[in-house]
Design a protein around this ligand. Structure first.
Ligand SMILES: *Cc1c(COP(=O)(O)O)cnc(C)c1O
Length: 239
């Protein structure tokens, strides 16, 4: 695992905040309306101290087991109770129950079957499970997510699951060297986000789009949550 020094995370956050503030301004928005989700996957638990010190409260992991171990360790850090843990990786249905208990928001719901498992687990625990619906806007074969034309029928069923709290949409643009190529994908996501707004049962629905490489474009296109790993913590060791 790469060493991560305290000052470098804080410096990285300042640079990121500057970039995102300017992007928000270009779009007539405010950086205050964009949440930075710290994607801590592969990084050791101590980086959460830095995350907390920076005032960030949204954190994300992509694997159930890794998150379980870290959440237990991080629980002892001052302020840890104020963190909101997001799941951003693909969730297999055999791990869905555990994920429902472990995470505060599951951003990768991409099937009715998964939605139903989470709802039933929420019902059993008498606590609604918060989630985002992952939208597949790119045709890359490897990308998960619901196809845009499957959204309406999905919401008509999943939107009635009373222990599932759908807070918005999540999506990924295809990886490219040129972030401006992400723009049409983000624009499309924004369009579906606006179109299906009535299904999101929170006062401020979440449009989770943009990563280290393309977060400025995402903010210009209306993202309310950028998911940032590399630009905060440096490169991840190969999995
Ligand atoms: C790892 C990951 C990120 C963070 O990517 P960076 O390029 O390191 O910022 C964002 N979203 C998802 C879904 C991820 O799996």
């Amino acid at each position: 695992m790469p060493a991560v020094s305290t000052s470098s995370i804080s410096d990285s956050y300042q640079r990121l905040a500057d970039r995102l503030s300017r992007a928000a301004e270009r779009a007539g928005r405010s950086f205050r309306d964009v949440e930075v989700l710290a994607v801590t996957k592969t990084h050791p638990a101590p980086v959460f101290r830095e995350v907390l010190a920076l005032g960030l409260r949204q954190v994300a992991e992509s694997r159930v087991q890794e998150a379980e171990a870290k959440r237990a360790e991080v629980a002892a850090f001052p302020g840890a109770q104020t963190l909101r843990w997001h799941m951003v990786g693909r969730l297999q249905s055999n791990k869905a129950k555990k994920a429902a208990a472990l995470f505060d928001c599951i951003q990768s719901v991409d099937s009715l079957a998964l939605a139903e498992i989470l709802h039933r687990e929420g019902e059993r625990r008498s606590q609604p499970v918060s989630c985002l619906i992952e939208l597949k806007v790119s045709s890359e074969a490897t990308k998960s997510g619901l196809a845009p034309d499957a959204l309406e029928p999905f919401f008509e069923k999943a939107g009635r699951l009373s222990f599932l709290r759908i807070e918005g949409l999540m999506g990924l643009a295809p990886l490219t060297a040129d972030p401006s190529q992400s723009r049409p994908y983000f624009r499309q996501m924004r369009k579906f986000f606006d179109k299906h707004r009535a299904w999101f049962n929170v006062p401020r629905p979440i449009l989770s789009m943009g990563m280290s490489g393309d977060c400025e474009v995402a903010v210009e296109e209306g993202s309310t949550m950028v998911r940032i790993g590399t630009a905060l913590f440096g490169a991840r060791a190969a999995a």
